[in-house]
Design a protein around this ligand. Sequence first.
Ligand SMILES: C[S@@+](CC[C@H](N)C(=O)[O-])C[C@H]1O[C@@H](n2cnc3c(N)ncnc32)[C@H](O)[C@@H]1O
Length: 259
Amino acid sequence: MDTSVPHPARRYNYWLGGKDHFAADRESGDLLAKAFPTARIAARENRDFLRRSVRFLAESGVRQFLDIGTGLPVPDNTHEVAQHIAPESRVLYVDNDPIVMTHSRALTIGTPEGRTGYVEADLRDPEAILGHPELREVLDLREPVALLLVAVLHFLHDDDQAVSVVSELLAALPAGSYLVASNLTLDYAPPEQIAKHEELLASGRTDARARDVSEFGRFFAKLDVVDPGIVAVSDWRPERADRPIAADVAIYGAVGRKA
Ligand SMILES: C[S@@+](CC[C@H](N)C(=O)[O-])C[C@H]1O[C@@H](n2cnc3c(N)ncnc32)[C@H](O)[C@@H]1O
């Protein structure tokens, strides 16, 4: 593991106020937060969308979750939210960052009635994820599964590749399964911020590819999108009236159901 190179999981953990990051992650986080002063707000709102969507699904009867691009453990990890509502919930976590793997113990201590697991794998290789023995140990693919791709699709820059990865994963899940996804967007951003983002992306100082509403909508093309549709993550079934405006969040989120 090269800690001199910033990594999204650790930079995100830094923005969330966690403890698991190195100097390179903090420098990269500060640089991006200088260009996008609301980056920390966006990270917190994204995380809260993850919590609310998992709760919504658990309350809707979903008992299995495949959480790819898990991130470092923080309060309210997927299994904690789901098992709080339904202790028998089963959660498989997948991430490609070795440092997430070293923290995976905190992600795999769940209820005795439920089951949790962790697999180190890359979202770009859905076959390896679907064919992993741990996946079959934890999840029963004959029953509905919620596929969580929260703040991870923007690391797959090629639209066709990202859409094909999502389709391949969804194809392995039965009717009644769900997709939860979020992705950075510049749809609300002023031109100077769009130009700044393009400059950072071109120079490799950010690795997140923004998507507009139709690009993001492609992930949900074959699904029934649940209310309120594709919105800023902060506006997805919000619990607070005093939430930040969509322009400060700049992340789309949605939940869709496979018919
Ligand atoms: C911004 S964090 C999001 C964490 C969590 N899903 C959330 O929304 O709070 C992105 C995570 O995706 C992981 N990631 C990035 N690219 C990935 C890939 N190609 N395959 C698997 N995980 C990836 C990173 O290691 C990081 O943990």
